[in-house]
Design a protein around this ligand. Structure first.
Ligand code: FEO
Ligand code: CA
Ligand code: CA
Ligand code: CA
Length: 595
């Protein structure tokens, strides 16, 4: 990059101290700026943001609410231009409207909510000083909302469980929702996880088929009205009228930002659950492997191994071939074993006598295309009701598997387990070596190495890299590093790797009482486990979507000011605009200014 001359980001920064400021705080010698905020124009002609007079038509052309994942796809032929893709996980009407009456939403508010969901694609340019700027590009900029058509692909496309009165073929779904984390594929597309989709569909108890009701309950669909009340405005959100509409959400979706007119895809081969995201690595033999987490307490870790092999190069033929790789393959779920005596796993979080929470495990196959490996389930049932299939094979219940990520350098997989305050509670599963703490408030980070370092293997070894929390507490572990030298960290959520193979961890819900943030930690050598805090986000915000390059860091600042009792009528955050303004979820860039 002209004049910038990275690598500008490395690990010699002075750690940011925990704080409760209404600001993004970065280390000395770094600067941060907001690139795009909720309501900023995405499409040409979008009106300027006007909080008090927002309309659905404006929102559909503007950056959506609560951006979570952020991914960069390089623009072919350019060194300093990318397509930046952001997920808009959910709308929070109490922070979007003055005088919000949750019992009586208006149709306009419903339609604004519909348009505030989905994704945004914008062109991002870097100038000669190395600074990034969002462009309003006529060709590439795009908004995907709850009304954008998606093509259903893979083994459950057209399944009887996906057919509705609006789509009797079960192959075209309008919209994507609750898009949480995601990943950039090796072929330059974006994968995004549809996560907490249950909150949008009402009246599960009014569904007549008892088996369908059981399936809906396993995914947490509400028995009666939803909090959002979208069912009042569109019958597809009323399960009593459209019992299959709910089955059309909870998938991994793929968006090709270089093809702005192409329908995005819902990939049924990757199963249906509360998908946090998907990250793909090319295995030694060229097949691609996607690692997947189901983010709820006591849910599972999955992986998908493709049948086809990755083709190198970014030519059209290779790209179109690679964009079909997630259509067919094998879906697996993980089962873990610890190697220490059960009596030593007492729930306290203290290390067992062998000095590690570690062990082995296996990937249990669930289905391969039209073939089911689970007794009592057809293949399409495995794909659409994946949680029940995983229950049936005795998969290991985890402490909220979030943004699972393979290291591009070593192929090892890292999984943040955010927390699980229910573990060990009456009637709930107790501690196991891989989830060793009862009432786990601070979470942990798992490291998994596949047999023969082959990502398609069905056996693996594992250990916990971090057991998070206050380093002064005996129930924490920082990869064996001197705990007096590390930053406190709580509730790991999103992961990313830098070009040197260091792991970066962002947090959601810091249970130590200070704001969330972004942390860096080497995973190899003498510095393994040396956690350093790189930034903190404003009060009430979650840190998401970290993108770590040699020249800059991007983070999504999601739900600033979202604390108990706060609302648009009583804001506790005024970030990023200051004064008496409303908080706005945003993407922030961090640059190094001194070295
Ligand atoms: Fe949307 Fe699992 O966080
Ligand atoms: Ca998340
Ligand atoms: Ca052990
Ligand atoms: Ca989260």
């Amino acid at each position: 990059a002209g004049g910038w001359g990275g690598p500008g980001i490395n690990l010699d920064f002075r750690p940011v101290a925990p704080n409760v400021l209404d600001a993004v705080v970065v280390p000395p010698g770094h600067e941060q700026e907001v690139l795009i905020r909720w309501g900023d124009p995405v499409l040409p002609g979008a009106p300027e943001f006007d909080f008090a007079n927002q309309t659905a038509a404006a929102q559909a052309m503007q950056f959506g609410f609560n951006n979570d994942f952020c991914g960069l796809v390089p623009m072919p032929g350019h060194r300093d231009r990318w397509l930046m893709v952001s997920n808009h996980e959910y709308s929070s009407e109490g922070f979007m409207f003055h005088g919000w009456d949750s019992a009586n939403p208006t149709r306009e508010q419903f339609e604004i909510g519909i348009a505030a969901h989905g994704l945004s694609v914008v062109v991002l340019d870097r100038d000669r000083r190395g600074r990034l700027e969002v462009r309003i590009d006529r060709h590439f900029n795009r908004r995907i909302t709850m009304t954008t058509p998606f093509t259903v692909r893979g083994p459950a496309a057209g399944s009887r469980y996906l057919r509705t009165s609006a789509d009797p073929a079960g192959r075209t779904v309008l919209g994507t929702m609750n898009n949480c984390a995601g990943g950039v594929t090796p072929w330059g597309t974006i994968l995004s996880g549809e996560e907490n989709v249950n909150q949008y569909f009402a009246n599960a108890d009014s569904v007549t088929d008892p088996q369908a009701r059981t399936r809906l309950a396993r995914y947490g669909f509400p028995a009666a009205a939803t909090g959002r009340k979208w069912e009042r405005f569109d019958r597809r959100f009323d399960l009593a009228q459209e019992p299959n509409e709910a089955n059309r959400f909870g998938w991994i979706v793929e968006i090709d930002p270089l093809k702005p007119h192409e329908n995005p895809v819902k990939h049924t081969a990757l199963g249906r659950f509360k998908h946090e995201g998907a990250n793909v690595i090319v295995a030694k033999d060229g097949r691609v492997v996607a690692y997947l987490g189901d983010d709820e307490r006591f849910e599972y870790l999955y992986k998908f191994v493709s049948d086809g092999r990755y083709k190198r190069g970014d030519g059209q033929l290779a790209r179109e071939h690679n964009k079909r790789l997630l259509d067919s393959g094998t879906l697996y779920v993980a089962r873990f074993r610890g190697d220490s005596p059960a009596a030593e796993i007492d729930g306290s979080g203290r290390l067992p006598s062998d000095g590690e929470f570690d062990g082995s495990g296996e990937w249990i196959p669930l289905a391969h295309n039209d073939r089911s490996f689970v007794e009592g389930f057809t293949a399409e049932e495995v794909y659409v009701f994946t949680r029940q299939a995983a229950d049936a094979v005795g998969a290991t219940k985890m402490d909220r598997p979030e943004d699972v990520q393979p290291s591009p350098r070593t192929g090892r997989m890292y999984a943040p387990l955010t927390n699980n305050t229910d573990r060990g509670n009456p009637g709930k599963e107790g501690p196991t070596e891989v989830n060793p703490r009862v009432r786990n408030r601070h979470g942990h980070v798992l490291e998994l190495e596949e047999a023969r370092r082959d990502n398609t293997a069905t056996r693996f070894s594992w250990q916990l890299l971090l057991v998070c929390g206050d380093p002064n507490s005996p129930d924490t572990y920082f990869g064996g590093y001197d705990k007096s030298q590390v930053s406190p960290i709580s509730c790991p959520d999103n992961l990313a790797f830098d070009s040197r193979g260091n792991l970066w961890v962002s947090t959601d819900g810091n249970a130590l009482g200070s704001n969330d943030g972004l942390f860096a930690v080497p995973v190899e050598g003498r510095e393994r486990g040396h956690v350093k805090q790189f930034l903190t986000v404003p009060i009430g915000a979650e840190t998401c979507g970290p993108v770590i390059t040699d020249d800059f860091v991007l983070v999504s600042v999601q739900h600033p000011g979202e604390v108990d009792g706060a609302s648009a009528d009583n804001p506790v955050s005024h970030w990023p605009d200051g004064g008496a303004t409303q908080p706005r979820p945003s993407v922030v860039a961090v640059y190094r200014t001194r070295r």
